[in-house]
Design a protein. Structure first.
Length: 266
């Protein structure tokens, strides 16, 4: 079953064609990668799919619905959740509190309810507390629930950010460069974490520059360059494709080794 699909999707900024005629199909239950040199249009493509940018033309379909140009909060309510390149945690809140924030689209409490602390407020608070505990337990983060976010390692903060998206009960996760800034051990731990999420039934689309990460986790990979799709295939096919190699040569990449590592010109 195709869960997320883009059809001839375009996003222009004046004369700049940041995304040009991108066709993509993501199967339910898969891990789908998007790669390309800096400035290829990967994040812009994510932003159009998630509603953060409007499409200039083309369509985005999610779970059988046309979601083109819907508001981000409406897209999120349908079950499409995403993270961003920069961490957006609340540093002076605990892990549990950061995850709880993610439930704001699923509760009905308003300002008056909060002031009066009425029945609806108490029911929502109980719901959030229960579901937050479930998420932390499922993602093996329970021991950190009372830890301040600012005290966590960078890699662990990334996991908490992903955990917060679970509050939306997503059908698909869009992860924008989740391994950026991580050391090798943190990256390896994140890779195992994403695989665990996939085993639990989550479909995942990931943008990442770390080739070892991408090659060891994805079922299929879409390669972009200058806003256009230049290739799509299995990791092995991407590794050996001449057009992909040529696209990366402009950024210094000579080839991708069999272990997924990048190798550069001197």
């Amino acid at each position: 079953m195709i869960l997320l699909e883009s059809k001839a999707l375009c996003r222009y900024f004046g004369g700049l064609k940041a995304v040009e005629q991108i066709n993509m199909q993501v199967e339910q239950g898969s891990i789908f990668g998007i790669i390309g040199p800096n400035g290829a249009g990967k994040t812009t493509f994510f932003n159009v799919c998630s509603g953060n940018y409007s499409a200039t033309s083309g369509e985005v379909w999610f779970d059988g619905r046309n979601i083109t140009n819907k508001k981000p909060e409406d897209v999120a309510k349908l079950g499409l959740a995403r993270t961003f390149q920069n961490l957006k945690l609340f540093s002076y809140m605990t892990v549990a509190e950061n995850v709880a924030v993610g439930f704001h689209l699923r509760t009905k409490t308003n300002l008056i309810d909060a002031v009066l602390r009425n029945k609806r407020y108490r029911e929502d608070e109980s719901f959030i507390e229960e579901k937050t505990a479930e998420i932390l337990e499922r993602l093996e983060l329970s021991k950190l629930k009372n830890e301040m976010a600012r005290n966590l390692s960078y890699g662990m903060q990334r996991k908490v950010e992903i955990a917060r998206t679970m509050a939306l009960e997503p059908k698909i996760l869009l992860l924008d460069e989740p391994a950026a800034g991580m050391n090798p051990l943190e990256t390896q731990n994140l890779l195992a974490f994403v695989k665990m999420l996939n085993r639990q039934g989550y479909t995942i689309v990931v943008i990442e520059h770390d080739m070892k990460f991408i090659m060891n986790i994805c079922d299929n990979i879409l390669v972009m360059s200058h806003g256009k799709k230049i290739f799509e295939g299995k990791p092995e096919e991407v590794r050996n494709n001449e057009e992909v190699k040529e696209a990366y040569l402009g950024k210094g990449l000579n080839f991708i080794r069999q272990d997924g590592e990048e190798a550069y010109h001197a």
